[in-house]
Design a protein around this ligand. Structure first.
Ligand code: DAT
Ligand code: MG
Length: 151
């Protein structure tokens, strides 16, 4: 399924550290297809819905404070097995444990400043895309790269 989709967001730390171009470059070079993106400062309500699975955990309130603290660069990427591929490009939750050549491994130190979010399953991806994007913010065609990536 070359049309699998995932939600990826560069968190406020990544945006302030000017990593948008670097991160988009890594996803593009892998052969993934960008089908939607926008710079948005999420409301508390959106952040609560996005991180609902973590409600009640000790880091939850701090996580909401952080994710709502500035602009986030939200994206939808498409491609074969894009959910797991995006997670591989991103690395592990803890940047210090994340291997080099991953985004968190290369650019982060603290778990609470880990630069980027990526959906953890196809189902989460659908839920998160619907939360962050309106239907008409996702393009249907756009730049076609299938011919050069898939045989
Ligand atoms: P991931 O973002 O890798 O999917 P997660 O879903 O377990 O990780 O947690 C969501 C975010 O919450 C994570 O990116 C950073 C923050 N977080 C997770 N565990 C934490 C912890 N033990 N202390 C502080 N922040 C944490
Ligand atoms: Mg997660």
């Amino acid at each position: 399924n070359t049309a699998e989709r995932t939600f990826v967001a560069i968190k406020p730390d990544g945006v302030q550290r000017k990593l948008i171009g670097e991160i988009i470059g890594r996803f593009e070079k892998k052969g993934l297809k960008l089908v939607g993106c926008k710079l948005i400062q999420p409301s508390r309500k959106l952040a609560e819905k996005h991180y609902a699975e973590h409600k009640g955990k000790p880091f939850y309130e701090g996580l909401l404070d952080f994710i709502t603290s500035g602009p986030v660069f939200a994206m939808v990427w498409e491609g074969k097995e894009v959910v797991s591929t995006a997670r591989s490009l991103i690395g592990l939750t803890d940047p210090l444990k994340s291997p080099m050549n991953t985004i968190r491994g290369d650019f982060g130190i603290c778990v609470g400043r880990n630069i980027i979010h990526g959906s953890d399953s196809v189902e989460s991806g659908k839920r998160e895309i619907n939360l962050w994007f309106a239907k008409n913010e996702i393009v249907k065609s756009g730049v076609t790269i299938e011919k050069w990536i898939y045989e």
